[in-house]
Each structure stands twice: as structure tokens, then as C-alpha cells.
Design a protein around this ligand. Structure first.
Ligand code: SAH
Length: 338
């Protein structure tokens, strides 16, 4: 809920609007779960809230912790369905990966979540509930948030934008806009909308190929928004917004997009785009016949980008022992319906 919504609640309940500030601090800053034990609010108002307002919460169906301390949760949503959220520790900080849809409509051919198709969009409260679950578990909100879990965030723009505004509200959860990253398969109109709305978060784009032929095979969205359309939009986003550096994600798949020629074509494609490149060796799963690139191919790809002056990082798959690739925990625990 944005502050305006909290004010509405106060009006509906017939209490002073000043209580909206206290409510915001209780729910979002402190992450309190129980309306009745919230201090600083009139008792009658807390009972009214309990009767009329659904607190953003999810239930944890299953948790897996890897030896590298990556923790993956399978969460049951209040409005039905299950999604995953992953807590990834690095250098004493936690990054949380948040889901935005149950399933996904983008049909990327290497992705497990894609095999289920889109079931539904998450409500804003269901995304906030994922953050709150992390706070209840760890005692504080994660330092970094990436919208890279299940779903295509820009296919659920309104709810995701509200999530970003609420998560960055300085009087509430107070995440730094520099520490939220929204990852998209490249839905061009919604990227332009993010730019027009000045949405306070970073942009990541899953490129995964350096030419349209390969990208069409991996990501059907490319038929609609090919590289010749997508790339100028990314350059414009970088030039016109405060978030200059776009994060480029590139899943490395053996023999498909990982050759020296592919790396050199990527260097050309990214010319004049201030960016960082995340190289993600494919996490294999039963839903795909693609294979992960060899270590030598990953090294060569990284070296080519690096020599051309790009900041490239190989994301060694965290949580490999616990199936932390997109959609895998869910697939293990909830067999797909026929
Ligand atoms: N729909 C959004 C966010 C969800 S996918 C997007 O496309 O960006 C988040 C990231 O995981 C994307 O970069 C995607 O390319 C990558 N990904 C999906 N399946 C993967 C797998 N099996 N192995 C490695 N990365 C994968």
C-alpha cells in the first residue's frame, strides 16, 4: 500500500489521518504481522484493520539451503498458487530474488518456468509479502532486491511498479533505488513506460544472444521486439534516466550462443551502451535439452568482453545443489498438472 492507500484506510475506519504514518512504520518499516499488537494506534482501529485488511503474508511450503548458504523458499500465495523466492548471501549482504508472476508467458526455450505457461499475475501485496518473509526470517530486509524470479515483471507492470514505489518509500521498507533491479526479457513499450514514469530501480535485460536468429530461437519475444528495436530503446533509457548503467544478462548455452564469434558480435551490439554484463552458465533441468557451456567457452567469452573494455561478471550459479535455477524448486515439489 502506498501512503495514499493508508490514508484511505484511516478515512474508511473514521480515525485521524495521522495514524497512516504509524501504520506505515508498523507494517513496512518494522514488518509487524499482527494488527492487534501494533503500538501507537487506537485499539478500535487495530480491530477494524484486523477485520477489514488482509496483511501481506505468504506461507513457506518448502525451504532448501545450499552449502553456499543460498536459501530457496517455495511460497504459497494468499490468492492461490506457488512461487519461489531465493535469498543469496554475498560479502555479508543478502540479495533477494523475487517472483512477479505464477508461471510466465514469455516461453523462453531454456527456462523451466516457461514450461508451465502463465497462470496469473502477482498482486503487489504478494511481492511485498516475499520481502516481509525475508525480514521475518533474517531480522532485516535484504540489502538488494532483484526481480529475476518467476515471471516477466514488465508483463505485470502496474503491480510491479507499485511494488517498486512501496519498497523504496523512505518511511517504509526504504530500499535504495540503486539496489533494486528489474529484469526483463525485453518488452519494449514497458521499458519506455519505466523510463517515462521514472521508476526508481535499475534495469536488467536478458539478451542471451547477439543476433536475431539465435534470439528468436531462445526468446520468442524477439519476434515482436527484435534487437534493432530493443537496443536503441536501451541506449535511450541509459541516456535519459538516472540509472545510466543497464545490466545485460546472457545465459551461456553450449554450442548455441557461446562461441568467439558470438562474443565478438555481442561486443559490437553493446557499443555505446553503458552496461555491465552478467554471464550466466545455463542451469540445466529436465525441461530442456540445452547444455551448459564448458568452462573453457565461458572463460573465452568473458575474456573477449573484458578485452573490449566491458565489465563482465560470470555469475557462478549459486545454489546449484538445491536446484536454484528459475522454477526448479517448484517443479520438484509440485508436479505439473496434466
Ligand atoms: N523474465 C525476466 C526475469 C525472470 S528470468 C527476464 O527474462 O529477465 C531471470 C534470469 O534468469 C534471466 O536472465 C533468464 O535469462 C535467466 N534464466 C532463466 N532460466 C535459466 C537457466 N535455466 N539457467 C540460467 N539462467 C536462466
Amino acid at each position: 500500500m502506498l501512503h495514499g492507500d493508508l490514508l484511505d484506510l484511516c478515512r474508511q475506519a473514521g480515525v485521524k489521518e495521522v495514524h497512516a504514518d504509524t501504520l506505515r512504520a508498523c507494517i513496512f518499516r518494522r514488518g509487524e504481522r499482527d494488527f492487534l499488537s501494533m503500538h501507537g494506534l487506537p485499539k478500535l482501529f487495530t480491530h477494524w484493520l484486523k477485520a477489514h485488511v488482509c496483511h501481506p503474508s505468504v506461507s513457506v511450503l518448502h525451504t532448501q539451503v545450499d552449502t553456499d548458504h543460498t536459501q530457496k523458499m517455495l511460497l504459497r500465495l494468499p490468492y492461490g498458487g506457488e512461487v519461489e523466492s531465493v535469498l543469496i548471501p554475498a560479502a555479508g549482504r543478502i540479495t533477494q530474488c523475487i517472483s512477479s508472476q505464477v508461471g510466465c508467458a514469455m516461453a523462453c526455450t531454456f527456462c523451466l518456468t516457461a514450461t508451465a505457461g502463465l497462470q496469473r499475475n502477482l498482486h503487489t501485496s504478494e511481492m511485498i509479502a516475499q520481502l516481509m518473509q525475508a525480514k521475518w526470517l533474517m531480522g532485516s530486509y535484504p540489502r538488494n532486491v532483484v526481480l529475476m524470479g518467476m515471471g516477466e515483471p514488465l508483463h505485470n507492470y502496474n503491480a510491479v511498479a507499485r511494488f517498486v514505489w512501496i519498497a523504496t518509500d523512505p518511511a517504509g521498507i526504504a530500499l535504495s533505488p540503486r539496489r533494486i533491479t528489474l529484469s526483463t526479457s525485453g518488452l519494449v513499450p514497458a521499458i519506455k513506460r519505466m523510463q517515462a514514469d521514472n521508476l526508481p530501480c535499475n534495469l536488467a535485460v536478458s539478451l542471451n544472444a547477439s543476433n536475431d536468429t539465435v534470439r528468436n530461437d531462445l526468446m520468442p519475444v524477439n519476434h515482436k521486439y527484435p534487437l534493432s528495436v530493443l537496443m536503441p530503446v536501451l541506449r535511450d533509457f541509459s541516456a535519459q534516466t538516472k540509472r545510466k548503467r543497464v545490466l545485460i544478462e546472457y545465459v551461456l548455452i553450449d554450442g548455441v550462443n557461446d562461441t568467439l564469434k558470438d562474443a565478438m558480435a555481442l561486443v559490437d551490439l553493446l557499443a555505446d551502451l553503458p552496461c555491465t554484463v552478467n554471464l550466466l552458465p545455463l542451469n540445466t533441468h529436465h525441461g530442456t535439452s540445452y547444455r551448459r557451456s564448458s568452462d573453457a567457452a565461458v572463460q573465452q567469452f568473458w575474456q573477449t568482453l573484458n578485452s573490449a573494455g566491458y565489465v563482465a561478471v560470470v555469475r557462478q550459479s549459486r545454489g546449484q545443489n538445491i536446484s536454484a535455477a528459475c522454477g526448479q524448486l517448484k517443479a520438484e515439489n509440485i508436479p505439473p498438472k496434466d
